[in-house]
Design a protein around this ligand. Structure first.
Ligand SMILES: *Cc1c(COP(=O)(O)O)cnc(C)c1O
Length: 380
């Protein structure tokens, strides 16, 4: 087995794996499961600082993005798609697929969304039913300031759909303060459970917009309204993946038990960026650094494949390249959730130092050493 240091899926603890092996009940008929499901959802709402309802859907993170678009979009609806990254732009496909008319607001993928420029744009263009916003755009390591962007959109009556799949629990997410209407998360990133589950929180305004539709939602699996009375009626729209949810609950309990989770990610990420830049490598981002992934450009003279293969073959560590417009251009170290420990990062940078030496890339400093020094210089 490789040590996975990818930006999702992440390492899964034994606690979570054990919870997934518990004996199963019938989740359709056992009322205790309905209670357990709701209790888990309420715990997630609490951790995201919201009174909005949370749902856990049986399907990998992408399901949440599609379900939000499927449930909100009616044919012809104008939708603003904020794009400064791969997932940002990708939302336009989901909007179009359900008959919406996306307007792309495309800006520099190396810099965090400029909120003042967006405010200027909105003065002239604000006739949108909802907007899509990516919190952490993982392929490039982008972090957008949802605490400013979402209230700004909401001030024009524009509902917000936020993809925080790779950011929630590692970055601040205060759903009610930020006025987020639909927030999407996934099990396999910071949460550190295996892939397979989506988390969504849905505001009263989003529910009202779904209820006010004149046309039916063109999906069953991606229809967020089918869960409306599950608790009262003790009836789920489809059989819930009980073992996945047992595992998720164990992972959520671990998050609840670690109040300093955001600080842990911030400290690891800051030391990683320092290690990369002191070594003479170039971070992809110029501003807006996600604390869940460090993304640096593939240096001259080598390919991403050579770096990734050497890391795997010589050191048993799996890093990631990227895709879309970043394919072949960058290497990504995922330090989210269980990956984000001092020991994992020291091992990774030690292996990267050796990998670059083997491939003949001269670094201006040892990454392991810079990481250790920077990490250690922060007062505990
Ligand atoms: C991981 C991720 C998703 C889920 O998509 P997969 O590529 O299928 O894992 C959605 N949005 C973001 C920003 C992600 O990082």
């Amino acid at each position: 087995m490789y040590k996975i240091m990818t930006p999702g899926p992440t390492q899964v603890s034994e606690q979570v794996r054990m919870a997934r092996s518990w004996e199963c009940t019938n989740p359709d008929l056992d009322e205790a499961f309905v209670e357990f499901y709701r209790d888990t959802c309420e715990k997630i709402s609490d951790l995201l600082y919201t009174n909005n309802e949370t749902l856990i859907l049986g399907g990998e993170g992408i399901l949440g993005l599609e379900a939000a678009c499927a449930s909100l979009t009616e044919p012809g609806d104008p939708v603003l798609v904020l794009d400064n990254g791969v997932f940002g732009r990708g939302f336009s496909d989901f909007v179009s697929m359900y008959g919406g008319v996306p307007t792309l607001y495309s800006v520099d993928p190396r810099n965090t969304m400029d909120v003042e420029a967006l405010a200027e744009y909105l003065k002239e263009h604000h006739d949108f039913k909802y907007a899509t916003v990516v919190h952490g755009d993982t392929p490039s390591g982008m972090l957008n300031d949802i605490s400013s962007i979402c209230p700004l959109l909401k001030s024009y009556g524009i509902l917000t759909v936020v993809d925080s799949v790779s950011a929630m629990f590692a970055e601040e997410v205060h759903v009610d303060d930020y006025q987020i209407d639909v927030l999407c998360g996934g099990s396999q990133k910071v949460i550190s459970a295996p892939p397979g589950l989506t988390i969504v929180t849905i505001s009263a305004d989003a529910k009202a917009a779904m209820a006010a539709r004149k046309t039916p939602i063109a999906s069953f699996y991606a229809n967020l309204t089918t869960f409306a009375h599950y608790y009262e009626e003790k009836w789920f729209p489809y059989t819930m993946p009980i073992s996945d949810i047992n595992g998720l609950r164990a992972a959520i309990d671990a998050i609840e038990a670690e109040p300093d989770m955001i600080e842990r990610h911030a400290r690891i990420a800051a030391a990683s960026r320092e290690a990369v830049t002191k070594a003479g490598l170039k971070l992809y981002q110029e501003s807006g650094f996600s604390n869940t992934v460090t993304v640096f450009e593939v240096p001259e003279g080598v390919t991403d494949r050579q770096i990734l293969d050497t890391m795997k073959e010589d050191h048993n560590i799996m890093l990631a390249g990227s895709f879309d417009f970043l394919a072949g251009k960058v290497i990504r170290i995922g330090h989210m959730g269980n990956n984000a420990t001092y020991e994992n990062m020291v091992e990774t940078f030690c292996a990267l130092d050796a990998t670059f030496a083997k491939l003949g890339v001269k670094l201006s400093a040892g990454m392991r050493q810079v990481f250790e020094e920077t990490y250690g210089s922060v007062n505990e």
